[in-house]
Design a protein around this ligand. Structure first.
Ligand SMILES: Cc1cc2nc3c(=O)[nH]c(=O)nc-3n(C[C@H](O)[C@H](O)[C@H](O)COP(=O)(O)OP(=O)(O)OC[C@H]3O[C@@H](n4cnc5c(N)ncnc54)[C@H](O)[C@@H]3O)c2cc1C
Length: 399
């Protein structure tokens, strides 16, 4: 029986999730990755699976879909490979958002009320409840909201688990294989030119993360997905100090802003190894990979306002990565209207770990022409933020 051939370009968590969905649906999948699997953005972020930072709208709906899928996906992984599932370090530990000013408290209260109407589970915490939940947190909080649905994964292990599922379902993986361009016939993409020669297929999924814009240009169908730098500090392993995903209420504003200059907000979480991840910054500096002391110290200072006790804790290392950013802050999921056979799955900015499984589900449903679990119109490729801005991209993005 003929199986539809799909080439997934990029083996970050989004490409791995797409490969898994398509392979399980019976596609003949080849994943093409110019480096190693899960070695790019997916290995340079944190592992928050959040509903708490999204206001009512399509991204929240996708986050809720993904949040519902994660335990099911991981249960399926565990059936085949318990070790791979354990490595994902899935922890539904819940998130706590803290406002430290009265204005921030008003905004947080308003935001949480709107989320409740969209079905998000939230609980206001008074000072005693907050101190019980997070004993090392500042006592200066003006308001705090608990989001029990927030969870955490180890991102590279999560991508590996998804990829393992795809491979077990028959997918092939070609690493160190770069896509350079498209072979087209009559407005349809029929093959990609790669460093290992041409690769034919019936459909091609651009899952190249922050390089999705560059790859799309190579394929002749540009989309406006750009890098937005983020840096994270990692402490030495500590005794239990941070029990939830804790972030300051300013984080939501920083996520929603498109400003190019430095923005920092505190996002603090512990990992199973005992280290504490302290994020994060947002800067649009192209693919400038240099760590900047002033950025790291701004990230640290913001976190210390939430957790003064961390002042005495050694920082073991710092790292950064490039969030795949679209000017309207929504992912791009669907068919390219200009080149038949080309599909996009990307632009998840700072939420691609959490949103990967839901995005892959939607992509698979769209590819098969099935009803989708949610309205995918807001993620369509032919919206102005994706197609319009690209031609206006200038040197602003180069470091
Ligand atoms: C500091 C920081 C913190 C973050 N924290 C979180 C978080 O807590 N929760 C969350 O959900 N998200 C978080 N993110 C965002 C998340 O990491 C990204 O949204 C996600 O990893 C994007 O995955 P991806 O598969 O789209 O991209 P990537 O992981 O970058 O994968 C794309 C792949 O495509 C490959 N590729 C590119 N061009 C080509 C080509 N021409 N040919 C072949 N292969 C190609 C690349 O090598 C790469 O491996 C964070 C990001 C950063 C930087």
């Amino acid at each position: 029986m003929y199986r539809t051939r799909a080439v997934v370009m990029g083996a970050g968590i989004v490409g791995c999730a797409c490969a898994r969905e398509l392979a399980l649906a019976g596609f003949d999948v080849t994943v093409v990755e110019r480096g190693a699997a899960a070695s790019a953005t997916t290995a340079h972020g944190e592992g928050n699976v959040l509903v708490s930072d999204k206001g009512p709208g399509p991204e929240l709906e996708l986050a809720r879909l993904s949040r519902a899928l994660w335990p099911r996906v991981l249960a399926a992984v565990a059936e085949r490979n318990a070790h791979a599932a354990r490595a994902v370090e899935w922890e539904p530990k819940g998130g706590i958002v803290v406002a430290t000013t009265d204005a921030g408290a008003r905004e947080l209260t308003r935001f949480a009320a709107a989320q409740r109407t969209a079905g998000v589970h939230t609980e206001d915490l008074d000072a005693d409840a907050l101190a019980a939940a997070e004993p090392y947190l500042t006592r200066e909080a003006a308001a705090a909201v608990h989001y029990p649905e927030d969870a955490q994964v180890q991102p590279a292990a999560a991508a590996a688990a998804l990829l393992t599922e795809a491979l077990a379902a028959g997918a092939a993986l070609r690493t160190h294989c770069e896509v350079f361009g498209a072979v087209t016939r009559g407005g349809r993409i029929t093959a990609v030119r790669t460093s290992a020669g041409p690769l034919e297929a019936d459909c091609f999924v651009n899952a190249a993360g922050p390089w999705a814009g560059e790859l799309a240009t190579r394929l002749g169908a540009p989309v406006d997905i750009r890098p937005r730098r983020g840096d994270v500090l990692v402490t030495t392993p500590l005794p239990p100090t941070v029990f939830h995903k804790v972030y300051d209420a300013d984080y939501v504003g920083a996520v929603g802003s498109g400003a190019a200059d430095l923005q920092t907000s505190a996002v603090v979480e512990s990992t199973r190894a005992g280290t504490v991840l302290i994020g994060s910054s947002r800067r649009r500096v192209g693919f400038d990979d240099r760590l900047r002391p002033e950025v790291l110290s701004a990230v640290a200072a913001t976190a210390l306002r939430l957790f003064p006790a961390l002042a005495a804790v050694p920082v073991m290392r710092a790292y950064g990565g490039f969030r795949p950013y679209v000017p309207d802050h929504l992912p791009v999921i669907g068919a390219d209207p200009r080149l038949t056979g080309l599909w996009h799955a990307g632009g998840h900015e700072g939420a691609g770990i959490g949103l990967s499984v839901g995005s892959a589900r939607l992509l698979r449903q769209l590819l098969l022409g099935e009803p989708t679990d949610m309205d995918t119109t807001p993620f369509r490729v032919d919206r102005p933020a994706v197609l319009g801005e690209h031609t206006r991209t200038t040197g602003e993005e180069t470091a």
